[in-house]
Design a protein around this ligand. Structure first.
Ligand SMILES: [Zn+2]
Length: 350
């Protein structure tokens, strides 16, 4: 068993949606459920020690485009969101994260020491992340408040445009170079994150946005849940050049378990072999080295291989990587140590 610290999940989105339907999030997470991918019992069973938990504002108008006869699709970009309702939802999700912490059902971690302690204690180590900054104002006042509430990571954009920058659409096949990058407000946001000690996540941003952050931030480049474009040419995956930049910055890329981002045909199909996950890990390790690759499941946010199923099946991937020849030391890096090293840098711990 290798304890896993994972780069991206949407469990807060699931709990928030269910709370609106009258289901108590503390009970659902603490006692467990058959819905979605993560709760305390399943995380415990699968050795999922913790991860970055996203505050994400859903796009009501987004309908994923069905593939054509060749498997090709281009989903139109979701419309930009208004700030006030986005802030309401972000506050609701942050409150769920804080209540889970207060109830001792997970630990809301603000340092890598917090993460290590929680994982040793067998408590899920949650790090609060914001996936798309629609809840943040131009003057970054809300950024201060969310940071004080425990926010330690953010992606300036989801696959949507906002005042800080531009995201990539869900499309296959497509280059990630789909338009402009950061706005002036986006550059200010990046500099503020570097100052405050908030990790900047480049999943979902355009290739131009990736390069804008690379030339502005002095921290390791982080892409929490993306794979190799050379193997699965969706706009959300990374080109070889982008991976070279991650390596040069001693950053990290987390493997996304979404079958649309793993399969050569880009299809959403749970009947997807673990060998495809291993192939993306191998490719990224060959390109960036063993220190720059990690896991970024997208639990509760995507259709993942049935061979994993949910957090309880986490060790199936670890086993497949071991079978492929990764040593215990390499597995420790892939499963948690690389995330902890990069977060320590982003959070000014060293
Ligand atoms: Zn995402």
């Amino acid at each position: 068993m290798q304890l896993v610290f994972d780069g991206h999940n949407d469990v807060l989105l699931r709990l928030w949606k269910h709370a609106a339907a009258g289901i108590d999030p503390l009970r659902e997470f603490g006692e467990g459920t058959t819905s979605g991918h993560i709760d305390a019992p399943r995380a415990q069973a699968g050795g999922l020690g913790g991860g970055l938990c996203a505050i994400y504002i859903p796009s009501g108008d987004l309908v994923l485009k069905a593939p054509d006869a060749n498997g090709h699709y281009v989903t139109p970009m979701a419309a930009p969101l208004e700030r006030a309702p986005s802030l309401d939802i972000a506050l609701d999700m942050a409150a769920i994260a804080l209540r889970l912490d207060r109830a001792g059902l997970w630990r809301l971690c603000r340092s890598t020491a917090d993460i290590r302690e929680a994982m040793v204690a067998g408590t899920f180590a949650a790090v609060l992340h914001m996936e798309g900054c629609e809840a943040i104002d131009r003057d970054l006042a809300a950024l201060e408040t969310f940071h004080a509430a425990g926010l330690r990571s953010l992606g300036p954009v989801w696959s949507r445009h906002n005042i800080f920058g531009h995201g990539v659409p869900f499309a296959y096949p497509m280059s990630p170079d789909t338009g402009p990058g950061l706005t002036e407000a986006g550059f200010d946001l990046v500099r503020a994150c570097d100052r405050l000690g908030i990790a900047i996540d480049l999943a979902h941003i355009t290739e131009q946005g990736f390069w804008d952050v690379a030339r502005t931030s002095d921290k390791p480049l982080i892409v929490s849940h993306s794979n190799a474009h050379a193997l699965t040419p969706v706009a959300r995956n990374l080109t070889d050049r982008q991976m070279d930049a991650v390596r040069e910055s001693a950053g990290v890329v987390g493997l996304n378990y979404a079958t649309t981002m793993l399969r050569p045909d880009g299809a959403e199909n749970a009947d997807t072999a673990l060998t495809l996950m291993v192939a993306h890990i191998r490719y990224m390790v060959e390109r960036m080295g063993i220190d720059c690759v990690a896991l970024g499941s997208d639990y509760d946010g995507a259709t993942i291989p049935a061979a994993i199923g949910d957090a309880a099946g986490q060790q199936a991937l670890v086993g497949a990587l071991a079978t492929d020849g990764f040593s215990e030391e390499e597995l420790a890096k892939l499963c948690r140590d690389n995330w902890l090293r990069v977060l320590a840098r982003a959070w000014h711990e060293n």
